[in-house]
Write a protein that binds this ligand. Structure first.
Ligand SMILES: Nc1ncnc2c1ncn2[C@@H]1O[C@H](COP(=O)(O)OP(=O)(O)O)[C@@H](O)[C@H]1O
Ligand SMILES: [Mg+2]
Length: 387
C-alpha cells in the first residue's frame, strides 16, 4: 500500500476501525451520533468506509458541510438528497419556485422563511415514504458550517438551524444523523449562549470519541506502508513499531513518516525515523501544521486571560518528568500562578481546564489529574516554546 497522508482511502485501506464502525451502526439503530475528535484522527475515513460498505438495510448520504455557508444552502442540500433518495428528483429550486407561485409574496420574505419549511418538508416526506432502506445522513464538519452560518446569516439563524434539526430528531423517531466535528460544537453553542441564545441542540445525540489507532493496528499500517513504498529496514516489525510509537498511533502521521522516508530515500532505521519526526516538529515550514495548536488558543479561549493562562497550563504540564505524569488541579493552579498566570477565581481556572480537555489538549487520569492528551503534541509544545 502506498502512503497517502491526507487523501481519501479505499475502504480496505482504513485500518483498525471495524469495531468502532460496528458500534456506530448498532447505535444508529436507536439514536443519532455526534463524533468529535481532533482533526486528522480519521473521522472522515470512518464515514467514507461506512458510506461505501453500509450495513444491510441502511442508505448513507455523505456531505462535507465545510463548504456550506448559509441556512438556505443547507436546507436545499438536504432537500435534494432526500428527493434523490426517494427517486423523485425534484430539485429544491423547483420547490422554491412552486412556493413562490403558490404564495404571492415577495421573494425576499419567502426566502427568509423557506429554508426551515424546505428542511421540514423534506424530512417529513422521507419519514412518510415506505422505503426498503433507511436513510442516514453523514454530516461531516457540522461546526464549521454553523460558524459560517453565524457569520453570513447571524447567530439567531444558526441557532434556528440547530433547533430545527433537533426538533426533527425528536419528532421523527426514525430520522438518523451522524455529525462530526474537529472543533467541538461547544464552541458554537458557547458563542450562541454568549449572544443570549442558549440552545441544548445536541443533548439527545450519542457522543462518540475517535481515538488514534491501537498500537496493534498502527504497527500493521506502518509495516504495510513500508512494504508498499519499498523502504529498506533492518527489522520491519521494530521499524513499524517505532514509527507508530513516535507519532502516538495517529494514522495520518504514520502515512506522513513513511511518505517522508520514501521521498528523502531514507532507510527505516531507528535514527532516521526519530530524526525525521523531530525535524517535522522544528521545521519553520511546519509540514504537520502543529502551530495550529498554538494559534487557535486565542480564538478558542477569548474570555479575559484564558488564552494566556492556557498557554501557561500547557507549559506547566509539558515540564513534568514523563508525558504520562498527571497533575491535580491545585498543583496545576499553584504552578501556573508561579509561571505568571493571573487567576482571580479558582472556578474560572477549573472551567478553563475542562475546556482544554474538551478541545483535546488535555485528558484526565482516574484520580482526576490533568496531563497532555497526546505525547506527540507535548513534545512539539516543548520544542515550540523552547522549554
Ligand atoms: N483508519 C485509518 N487507516 C489508515 N489511514 C488513516 C486512517 N484514518 C485516517 N488515516 C489517514 O489520516 C488522514 C486523515 O484522516 P481523516 O479521516 O481525513 O481525518 P479527520 O476527518 O478526522 O480530519 C487520511 O487521509 C489518511 O491518510
Ligand atoms: Mg475530516
Amino acid at each position: 500500500m502506498k502512503a497517502n497522508p491526507g487523501g481519501n482511502l479505499d475502504p480496505d485501506k482504513v485500518y483498525g476501525r471495524d469495531e468502532l464502525i460496528a458500534a456506530l451502526w448498532e447505535r444508529l439503530e436507536t439514536q443519532s451520533v455526534l463524533m468529535n475528535a481532533e482533526r486528522r484522527s480519521g473521522k472522515t475515513q470512518i464515514l467514507r468506509k461506512m458510506l461505501v460498505e453500509p450495513k444491510a438495510g441502511w442508505k448513507p448520504v455523505f456531505r462535507d458541510l465545510e463548504r456550506i455557508h448559509s441556512a438556505q444552502e443547507f436546507a436545499e442540500l438536504v432537500y435534494d438528497d432526500i428527493q434523490q433518495f426517494l427517486g423523485k428528483g425534484v430539485r429544491a429550486k423547483n420547490f422554491l419556485q412552486r412556493l413562490l407561485e403558490e404564495n404571492e409574496t415577495d421573494y425576499i420574505n419567502l426566502k427568509s422563511r423557506t429554508w426551515k419549511q424546505l428542511l421540514i418538508t423534506a424530512v417529513e416526506d422521507l419519514m412518510k415514504a415506505k422505503t426498503a432502506e433507511k436513510l442516514v445522513f453523514f454530516w461531516d464538519e457540522v461546526p464549521y458550517m454553523l460558524e459560517s452560518i453565524c457569520r453570513r446569516d447571524g447567530l439567531q439563524i444558526a441557532a434556528e438551524v440547530l433547533d430545527a434539526i433537533r426538533s426533527l430528531r425528536v419528532e421523527q423517531s426514525r430520522f438518523r444523523l451522524v455529525f462530526t466535528g474537529s472543533i467541538g460544537l461547544h464552541h458554537v453553542l458557547g458563542k450562541l449562549s454568549a449572544g443570549g441564545i442558549p440552545t441544548s441542540a445536541t443533548n439527545d445525540m450519542y457522543p462518540v470519541a475517535v481515538p488514534p489507532l491501537t498500537l496493534f493496528h498502527a504497527r500493521r499500517l506502518a509495516a504495510d506502508l513500508l512494504d508498499g513504498e519499498r523502504i529498506a529496514s533492518w527489522d520491519r516489525e521494530s521499524a513499524a513499531e517505532l514509527i507508530a510509537l513516535e507519532v502516538d498511533c495517529f494514522p495520518y502521521y504514520i502515512h506522513h513518516v513513511v511518505a517522508g522516508l520514501r521521498i528523502e530515500q531514507l532507510a527505516a532505521t531507528e535514527p532516521n525515523i526519530v530524526e525525521f519526526v523531530s525535524r517535522q516538529m522544528v521545521s519553520s515550514a511546519d509540514p504537520w501544521q502543529l502551530a495550529h495548536f498554538r494559534t487557535r488558543l486565542a480564538s478558542y479561549y477569548p474570555i479575559g486571560d484564558d488564552a494566556r493562562n492556557a498557554t501557561i497550563i500547557l507549559d506547566v504540564l509539558a515540564l513534568t518528568e514523563r508525558a504520562s505524569d498527571a497533575m491535580l488541579v491545585n498543583e496545576v493552579l499553584d504552578r501556573s500562578r508561579s509561571h505568571g498566570a493571573i487567576v482571580n477565581n479558582r472556578d474560572d481556572f477549573v472551567r478553563l481546564l475542562r475546556l482544554m480537555d474538551a478541545d483535546h489538549y488535555l485528558s484526565r487520569d482516574r484520580e482526576g489529574g490533568y496531563r497532555f492528551r497526546f505525547p506527540l503534541i507535548r513534545r512539539w509544545w516543548k520544542l515550540d516554546r523552547g522549554l
